[in-house]
Design a protein around this ligand. Sequence first.
Ligand code: GDD
Ligand code: MG
Length: 352
Amino acid sequence: MKAILLAGGKGTRLRPLTLHTPKPIVPIFNRPFLHYQIDLIRQIPEIDEVILSLNYQPRRIEDVFGDGSSLGIKIRYVVEPAPLGTGGAVKFASDGVTDSIVVFNGDVLTQVDLAAVLRLHRSRQARATIVLTPVENPSAYGLVETDAAQNVLRFLEKPTPDQITTNYINAGIYVLEPSTFDRIPDDTPWSIERSFFPSLIERGETFVAYPYDGYWIDIGTPEKYTQVHRDIMDGRYQTSPFAGQPAGHVFRADDVRVEEGAIVEGPAFLDEGVVVRAGARVGPYTVLGRGCQIEADARVDGAIFWGNGRVGQEAVVANAIAGRNVHVGRGTTVGPGAVLGDKTAITDYSKV
Ligand code: GDD
Ligand code: MG
């Protein structure tokens, strides 16, 4: 059986981080995002191949995952000549496949029991099965109404406030039957959410829901991206290196140097080569990627640095995200909500 990961979006809401790093490989701690999805997929031994459906910076992604051997699963890349939308992309990527297919939006992180979803799909002999998750505000998602037997009655993408009748939304995980793909046109963009799902309902085909109340998040915005790190550090999503650790755990790679008189408050993540100089303070929920240097008396709180960041003496960085090679000058203040693209250099004593 094959799994398709839809990873062709541009990740515009995560700009500038995604200018040089497509969303599927933005790092969560020290692993590219899709690693975590592939971990979930690997729990189903039946799935023997992952197809990455791409169109934005495909080479960058291929360079990271290769043929999948380092991850223990076969990975194949399918690049659309032009973006075909979610429906068109699934059809294009599943060319020649006749078995049931598992499809994932490439930006969701969850611990749903995929084996149980597959069992439901089979026991109901469904044409499509969709995982649902409750959210506070469904307007940015696909709203899904069901009956008591979990048949999908209505699918409404990006509902307006007056159209919201339930908190359950499309979690972006499906089991689909390629025999239903004949309705998807070949070369025009076509949406699985706006066209394919509604067509199943119109035709009265068996379309069932698997409601899931456990951990689920979509990493599409800087706020959610930050939240994922906090959820992992707090154990709401269990994964290495925080799974099974006590609250407030500080992960320190072997060669991390925290000078005497510097303070690191957990939870925090300090990757290889990180240096924290005397008098500096690294506050809770900070993530310092490889080679970051926090100079004397600087303060970093709840910030995420991808790698080779430098925070100058007495600078303060709080609740911000910084891509690679970001330099924050001496005495500078970078405030909450700042998102700094790769190679940003901020002059000494600036206030951002
Ligand atoms: N290959 C390919 N081609 N992939 C695409 C294309 C395309 O033309 N367009 C979008 N994708 C990928 C994106 O990279 C992403 O992983 C996934 O399809 C969904 O697209 P988003 O742009 O992230 O959609 P969304 O977040 O607004 O809404 C979707 O996800 C929600 C859950 O997070 C919808 O599926 C909603 O119904 C759902 O609730
Ligand atoms: Mg999304």
